[in-house]
Design a protein around this ligand. Structure first.
Ligand code: HEM
Length: 178
């Protein structure tokens, strides 16, 4: 399970040698906001359970396909992984003391490589402690991956299909409850 401590940038940057190496890489953190959205809609519209259900469904679909995770700078203690890292220890050492997201992404790590990261996550960075002196340590945006584009496309289709399905459902219900 990933750690949940919040670290100051300066503290993380101190761990920069072969025996003690911490990295800062943007990771995906679950976004549970959809729950509030669905519950909020229900209380706003108590007389219409159908609308509440549809709202919850849409929120969950949106959450699953689009925004179920948001990016956050996470801290990884890779000290015990240095010798095993297929890219070698030097690249890891050179990625310390900064936001290494772009370096990490540029390598094109596989999905199994990304899953492996979870084993080393010890917490997140307090973004207000990040230096922004132009030394490349400012939070960098990871390049938008094709997965994001695909989910955007699926979301657009869903947004079009959902109202049609709801209309169809309403029609069927009305037809059979006459
Ligand atoms: C927790 C952090 C990291 C983990 C768990 C990790 C894991 C891996 C794994 C599993 C591979 C083998 C290829 C793959 O399956 O993707 C790999 C390759 C590599 N990694 Fe990392 N990595 C990490 C961080 C980094 C960082 C920060 C850099 C900085 C540039 C880096 C540079 C490389 C390079 C250069 C290769 C070799 C690519 C090749 O030879 O094709 N890695 N890494």
């Amino acid at each position: 399970m990933a750690g949940s401590r919040i670290y100051h940038f300066d503290e993380v940057a101190k761990h920069n040698d072969a025996e003690d190496c911490w990295l800062i890489v943007s990771g995906k953190v679950p976004n549970l906001a959809f729950r509030d959205h669905a519950v909020g809609f229900k209380s706003f519209c108590p007389s219409s359970p159908w609308l509440a259900i549809v709202s919850a469904f849409m929120s969950m679909a949106k959450c699953t396909l689009h925004g179920s995770f948001f990016s956050m700078l996470q801290v990884y203690d890779v000290s015990s992984y240095m010798a095993e890292h297929p890219g070698g220890r030097d690249v890891l050492l050179s990625a310390t003391g900064k936001d290494a997201t772009v370096d990490f992404e540029n390598v094109g790590h596989s999905s199994s490589g990304r899953e492996l990261m979870d084993n080393y996550c010890i917490g997140t960075i307090d973004s207000s402690t990040l230096p922004n002196d132009g030394e490349g340590v400012k939070a960098q945006q990871a390049p938008k991956g094709s997965a994001d584009k695909t989910s955007e496309f699926v979301m657009r289709i869903l947004q079009f299909i959902a109202p049609v399905m709801i209309l169809g459902l309403a029609f069927v219900v009305r037809h059979f409850t006459k």
